[in-house]
Design a protein around this ligand. Structure first.
Ligand SMILES: Cc1ncc(COP(=O)(O)O)c(C=O)c1O
Length: 454
């Protein structure tokens, strides 16, 4: 370890890190970034095929964003938005976003990240059901394998057991229905459509078992991100939305990963014909250059919040950095880049190329069972033998080994250890040549690990 990595290990509690292993292995320090490349403290150049944490969609080192930040900081470094205070950048951003989001969403609430965005929507749901005089209708249904954040409420929504174990979560009024992962849970001979119907029935059974008058909302990512890059099976959201309508249950769409172009459309809602009553976005809103979230609510919900102020006084929720003028200016400059460089279209075309390359390279290998995803998001599923449906043992830590080999070969990929999968969400500026580079490095790494393992 170097002085800096030792200092890091002795001072910082790292998120989502094995605290015991880490005290021995130390950190990898990233020094700089340009385009799709990062450089670490040892001078190693890496392609970042995950775009940070699925967020740096316009790539690193963009002068447009740095200049927007600089200019906004000189103009108004900070002012709060409590008690009706405002600033020009947040107003301009709100107008621009409301023009882009799915129909029916009419107001935006700004925050600093995906967790506080989802958290805010949950509080709003509990609040409006008190206004509507139905205090028992408060339960929220999420899905196993979902990822919605790590605050007390949003870690409860997250459907990955490690986010609950020993944290005394989930909260009582947060429930989980079965995951939409057809690869893992589809029955032999079952079609995707039949699987989707089964999942919708299971959701309905859960609602009826709990009592429809106790269930307020259902939350879903259009494509499960951290839970495995799982696209919805055929007919899934159609069937789910029918159930929600039947029991007067609000639909929260979590677009924190999918929003702003990653799936080759502005929002996953557009791709899968989702009709959100509420929607959360963050990450790519500023391409990660500034912590920012934008959560949206329908006009009906807004009207109830207004009634709430008559009944209870001020809407008593908000964050110090809500509507931060610098973040809003960065978001505007980021949206300019996405539009002028046609990055949404690029995600569709280059993303299709990415998927075709991943599929082709591993088509004849028995250790890759499927390539999932759409647009600029993908995951590769490793198995011991796809012909005999043999999975790796947990101790094999196959995805961690491949990720570490990828790093050696100059590629950052995202291992999903509980699923033996490797995830990718490259910056949307990638060209087909960049994709060739990513897939070359990945294939080389996979083959060298599999050569040892199999
Ligand atoms: C779909 C989804 N929702 C919410 C979050 C939480 O966002 P944050 O980490 O900014 O709180 C994430 C983070 O990865 C996410 O993937």
């Amino acid at each position: 370890m170097t002085h800096l990595t030792e200092l890091d290990a002795s001072t910082i509690l790292h998120p989502a890190t094995n605290a015991d292993d880490f005290s021995r292995s130390g950190s990898k320090i990233i020094e700089s970034g340009q385009g799709i490349y990062l450089r670490d403290h040892r001078g190693k150049q890496l392609i970042d095929a995950v775009a940070g944490l699925w967020c740096v969609n316009v790539g690193y080192g963009r002068t447009e964003l740095a200049e927007a930040m600089h200019k906004a900081a000189l103009e108004l470094s900070y002012y709060h938005t409590f008690s009706g205070m405002s600033n020009t950048p947040q107003i301009e951003l709100a107008e621009r976003l409301l023009d882009k989001v799915p129909n029916g969403l009419s107001k935006v609430f700004f925050g600093s990240g995906g967790s506080d965005g989802n958290d805010s929507l949950l509080k709003i749901i509990w609040y409006i059901n008190n206004i509507r005089d139905r205090p028992q209708k408060k339960k929220i249904i999420s899905r196993w394998q979902a990822y919605h954040g790590t605050s007390v409420a949003t870690a409860s929504l997250t459907g990955l057991p490690s986010f609950h174990t020993a944290f005394d979560l989930p909260l009582n009024n947060i429930l989980h229905t079965e995951s939409p992962d057809f690869f893992r849970y589809g029955l032999e001979g079952e079609t995707q459509q039949q699987f989707s119907m089964r999942r919708a029935r299971q959701l309905e059974e859960l609602i009826l078992e709990q009592g429809a008058d106790t269930v307020a909302a259902f939350i879903a990512e259009p494509v499960l991100g951290a839970g495995g890059v799982v696209t919805p099976p055929v007919g899934y959201f159609e069937a789910i939305q029918r159930v929600l309508k039947r029991y007067d249950i609000l639909f929260i769409v979590d677009e924190v990963v999918c929003g702003y172009g990653r799936l080759g459309k502005w929002f996953g809602s557009e791709l899968y014909d989702l009709k959100p009553d509420m929607m959360t976005t963050a990450k790519a809103l500023t391409s990660g250059y500034f912590p920012y979230s934008a959560s949206f609510v329908s006009d009906e919900i807004w009207q109830l919040i207004k009634q709430g102020s008559v009944k209870y006084g001020n809407f008593a929720h908000g964050y110090t950095y809500a509507g931060h003028p610098i973040g809003a200016a960065v978001a505007m400059a980021n949206l300019d880049i996405i539009e002028t460089e046609n990055l949404v279209e690029n995600a569709a075309t280059v993303g299709a190329y990415f998927h075709s390359q991943l599929n082709q390279r591993f088509a004849n290998d028995s250790f890759v069972a499927e390539v999932r995803g759409t647009g600029m998001i993908a995951a590769v599923q490793f198995v011991k033998d796809k012909n005999h449906a043999l999975f790796f043992d947990k101790q094999d830590k196959i995805s961690a080994k491949i990720a570490s080999q990828c790093y050696e070969n100059g590629l950052i990929s995202r291992p999903l250890p509980s699923l033996d999968s490797m995830a990718f969400s490259p910056p949307l500026i990638c060209t087909t040549k960049d994709i060739d580079n990513i897939v070359d490095r990945f294939e080389h790494s996979v083959r060298s690990v599999m050569f040892e393992e199999l």
